[in-house]
Design a protein around this ligand. Structure first.
Ligand code: SF4
Ligand code: SF4
Length: 105
């Protein structure tokens, strides 16, 4: 919720750059899915010129998100939501009281 709220000013978990996948057997295995901040961005292969800009952007086009080999981004209609680390101050880490998320270099 905080991701969409911080970036878009709305509460809509479908427009969040981080989502939680539940396992099919519902054994409480919850896996967070988000952009891995790859050095070599397969999602932008052939478009080197826009990599730096794209890293900092939250809203991406669906086309780039669909090229991600990790299926990391939430896609809704023609847009996708990309973790830009909130410009260096990750909001999801701040509000996660069980401390389930950490940012490591
Ligand atoms: S969108 Fe996918 S390929 Fe691109 S940087 Fe993120 S995890 Fe890596
Ligand atoms: S670091 Fe920011 S952009 Fe990335 S998932 Fe967390 S709240 Fe969203």
């Amino acid at each position: 919720m905080v991701c969409a709220l911080f970036h878009l000013g709305i509460i809509n978990t479908e427009k969040s750059a981080i989502r939680v996948k539940k396992d099919d057997l519902d054994t409480s295995l919850n896996t967070p899915v988000f952009c891995r901040q790859c050095k070599e961005m397969k999602c932008l292969e052939g478009e080197e010129g826009i990599k730096d800009k794209a890293r900092n952007r939250f809203v991406w086009s669906r086309v780039h998100a669909e090229r991600c080999p990790f299926d990391a981004l939430s896609i809704l209609e023609e847009k996708a939501y990309h973790c830009n680390l909130c410009g260096g101050d990750p909001q999801c880490i701040k509000v996660c009281t069980p401390e389930a998320i950490r940012l490591v270099p």
